[in-house]
Design a protein around this ligand. Structure first.
Ligand SMILES: [Mn+2]
Length: 388
């Protein structure tokens, strides 16, 4: 018995590094499955883990991860919401020692794994067909991912305390990356040098990857919203838009600052920068329960319009962040506490090679909001970063 227990602990220790860098308590995933089951009462649901691809870093399908916290290929979740109470089954492929020599040890079905995954029943995928057949007898329908996407998106829009902690960690890493970016930006430096410096901070601080391709756009490219080629040599007098976000334990930050390449904004750059900054502050001030993304956009737009730059503000002001950087869900839904959004107005004037965007990540609180990305954004603060 003792021997068996030691074997289980060894297996657990050996496999722990294969799971996500940081997870939520297993009960959190379970409560999501319960909430989803309540929404699809009377039906059964089958969700499959993302397949493994050769020489591609494994990334679990986001909804599957949200419901299970499990990030290995081959798994299947069966949620039978036709029985009362709902029943859940988790299936794993039998371990394959030959394959594991290529891609490392995996979890297989069995009692030890039930403790690690938080599922009461972890079966072999070879039992899936018969289990599904039994479960679907009493079900109105057997749903797949497409059928429940909007239900899961609804759940994903409000974050648990641990999700907010993971997002805060992603933001903190991203702010270190912005420090590194500001240190690297100089006349004559390449945009990709800035990208390298900031992504080095991502990796060395435990981020899995950039949450989206890092944007380092100088000169004319400051006006291209999703420029990510990053091959231009920066010139004195340019501004450079740095729009980046670390992905930490699955959660992506999204923070933008616009820096002066020579360390000091020109009078014209200051003028436009201040308009964007004031628009951003006006939008952030609107963040509270009950408000909507459209309220933020109206606040930012009305300031920019009052200064005559309406036609140069060509994108939305805000989106949710989470397991995806443009996170899922209804964008017209009124805010609730623990939603996390970006606030990011911008003005882009291609004929002047001048683009300014300022973006922060903000969590909705019970009576207002809290800005997670506490990083210099006043003109004098940004210029101070460059005094070296
Ligand atoms: Mn964004």
């Amino acid at each position: 018995m003792v021997k068996k227990h030691i074997a289980a602990v060894c297996l657990f220790l050996a496999l722990t590094p294969l799971l996500a860098t940081e997870k939520e308590p297993l009960g959190e995933y379970k409560s999501r499955r319960e909430r989803l089951a309540a929404r699809i009462k009377g039906n059964a649901l089958v969700l499959r883990a993302a397949p493994e691809q050769e020489l591609v870093k494994y990334q679990q399908e986001r909804n599957f991860y949200y419901l299970t916290g499990f990030d290995q290929p081959g798994a299947i979740l069966l949620l039978d919401a036709s029985s009362d109470p709902p029943q859940e089954f988790f299936f794993l492929p039998e371990r394959n020692s030959a394959a594991e020599r290529w891609t490392g040890p995996k979890l297989g079905p069995g009692a030890d794994v039930e403790k690690i995954t938080g599922f009461a029943r972890v079966l072999s995928t070879s039992d899936f067909d018969t289990t599904l057949k039994r479960a679907s007898e009493g079900a109105k329908a057997v749903y797949g991912l497409k059928d429940v996407e909007s239900d899961i998106a609804y759940l994903r829009q409000t974050k648990s305390p641990t999700e907010i902690a993971l997002l805060e960690k992603a933001v903190q890493i991203t702010l270190k990356a912005h420090q590194a970016a500001a240190r690297t930006i100089a006349p004559g430096a390449m945009e990709y040098e800035v990208q390298a410096a900031l992504e080095y901070e991502f990796t060395r601080n435990g981020a899995e990857r950039p949450g989206y391709p890092s944007i380092v756009g100088s000169g004319l490219f400051s006006t291209i919203l999703h420029y990510n080629v990053n091959t231009r040599r920066m010139q004195a007098g340019d501004v450079v838009v740095v729009d980046v976000g670390a992905e930490y334990s699955g959660y992506s930050a999204d923070v933008t600052r616009t820096y002066p390449v020579s360390g000091k904004y020109s009078p014209r750059q200051r003028e436009i920068y201040q308009i964007v900054l004031d628009a951003q502050k006006a939008a952030i001030a609107k963040v509270k329960p009950g408000a909507r993304i459209s309220d933020l956009h109206n606040a930012a737009m009305s300031h920019i319009r009052s200064k005559g730059y309406e036609k140069y503000f060509i994108h939305g002001t805000s989106h949710h962040i989470g397991l995806e950087v443009h996170d899922v869900g209804d964008t017209s839904r009124p805010f609730e506490p623990n939603m996390v959004i970006t606030v990011e107005p911008g003005i882009y004037i291609p004929e002047e090679q001048l683009g300014i965007r300022i973006e922060d990540d903000v969590v909705v609180t019970t009576n207002g909001h809290r800005v997670l990305s506490d990083f210099p954004k006043e003109i004098s603060e940004i210029e101070s970063l460059f005094k070296r």
